[in-house]
Every structure is written in C-alpha cells, then in structure tokens.
Design a protein around this ligand. Structure first.
Ligand SMILES: C[S@@+](CC[C@H](N)C(=O)[O-])C[C@H]1O[C@@H](n2cnc3c(N)ncnc32)[C@H](O)[C@@H]1O
Length: 223
C-alpha cells in the first residue's frame, strides 16, 4: 500500500496558497482546507475497502455513508464505482463543492446531508467511510457516535477510515478525539480487522511549525 501521509501541500501550480492542509484542519478552517485539497484522489483506506468488496459476490447496488465527506474525494470514487452514497458533512461548503464536482455523472445515486458528527442519525449501510473526520467529533459525544456507526453497518459490511492516536499533536486540543492503540482495538471489537496501519511521523508546515502525526488507517468488516 502506498504512503498514506496526510494533509499534503498543494503543488499543482494553480494556486498561490502553499499552506499544507493540516494547518487549516488544526484550526477547523474547513473552507481553507477544501480549497487546498480540492481535486485530490480518493483515500487509500477507501480504495482498499472497495477492492475487498469487489472480491465478494454481489447482485445489487451497494450503499455507502461517507461521514465527514468534505468536498467529496471519496464520495466521487464511490459513485464512479457504481455505489449509492449518502454524503454527510457539518460544513455547507464541502457539500456545495461536492454538488459541483465534474468527475462523476451519478447525481441520481447521491444524497447529501448537512449534519454534525455529534448528532447525526446514520442509515443502515454496506460501508461506513469516515476519512480523517472522526478526530473532530467532540470527545463527550464520541462513544455514542461510534455506537451509531457500528449499528449502521450491516453484518459483513465494512468501516473504512482513520482514528487518531494519543501521541498525535492534536491530542492536546480539548475538542479532539484521540485514542491509544488498545482503545482502538477495543473500538474495533465488533469487527474483523482487515487493515490496521499505525502511522507515526513528524510533519512541518512551510513556516516550520511542526506536527507529530499518529494516525491509524483502518479497514474492518463487521462480524
Ligand atoms: C480533515 S477533513 C476530511 C474530509 C474528507 N473526508 C477527506 O478525506 O478529505 C474533516 C471533515 O470533517 C468535517 N467535520 C469536522 N468536524 C465535524 C463535525 N463535528 N460534524 C460534522 N462534520 C465535521 C469537516 O467539515 C471536514 O469536511
């Protein structure tokens, strides 16, 4: 699996903004985050889950929830691969950008919802994808939200996405949800783990501000 380093710097030459996306995510500046990540490819955790689904017999249109979909890099891939998708985000700009994407032609298979991680009710699904969004759930709501995620996924369905570790720099920000490896393994008890990749590394923005990354990349099948 290729490097899943996250929040990279935008380098396509079309923008003057070379700020790494993590700087925007640190301060929850989602409009800025979407601007610098617009058009990036789908996440490897999603692609891994889709590859596993493709190896299983199926005669119907599968249904995914993309929780914290942002501007829709994963939703667009799901649509391209023939899935129905319910895309949820707490920021209207992400959903507006998703609506105007031109890299899929399947609006009839897409529904969108403006909602918070803390309160959203989740429909039953084959796949619950949450790429780099769950650490932004308020800690006092995380347990209930994770319970709703587990309940939403059908037996044999999958979770794909990230949870953040206790050694990540953002763990000291009071409104973030971070976990030890043991805690993450406990959260994944209702699943058969298909991928659990722990990534730990140093990152830096252009002005030298450093960030320690501690991220768990997850694909797991509901038992
Ligand atoms: C780091 S971005 C990830 C976006 C996208 N999934 C991706 O992989 O690029 C986090 C996303 O979570 C959303 N988000 C953050 N906190 C949220 C909350 N409390 N409720 C709903 N969405 C939230 C943001 O609007 C943003 O789109």
């Amino acid at each position: 699996m290729k490097d899943m380093s996250e929040f990279p710097q935008k380098t396509d030459g079309e923008t003057r903004d070379t700020t790494p996306a993590f700087v925007y995510a640190t301060r929850r500046d989602w409009a800025g985050y979407f601007e610098v990540t617009q058009g990036r490819p789908p996440r490897d955790t999603l692609l891994h889950a889709l590859e596993l689904f493709s190896q299983e017999a199926n005669d119907r249109t599968r249904f995914a929830v993309d929780l914290g979909c942002g501007e829709g890099r994963d939703t667009a891939e799901l649509l391209r691969q023939g899935w129905k998708v319910h895309a949820i985000d707490g920021h209207p700009d992400g959903l507006t950008r998703l609506m105007h994407r031109d890299d899929h032609d399947a609006m009839e298979r897409l529904t969108m919802q403006l909602a918070s991680l803390e309160r959203v009710e989740l429909p039953k699904c084959d796949l619950l994808n949450a790429s780099f969004s769950l650490p932004f759930c308020a800690p006092d709501h995380f347990e209930a939200m994770w319970g709703r995620i587990v309940d939403a996924i059908d037996v044999g369905g999958r979770f794909s996405g990230q949870l953040f570790g206790d050694r990540d720099s953002w763990a000291s920000i009071p409104d973030r949800s971070h976990f030890t490896r043991n805690q993450i393994e406990a959260l994944l008890a209702p699943f058969e783990i298909e991928l659990l990749k722990e990534e730990e590394r140093e990152g830096q923005d252009c002005s030298g501000v450093s960030k320690h990354w501690h991220v768990f990349h997850i694909v797991a099948r509901k038992k």
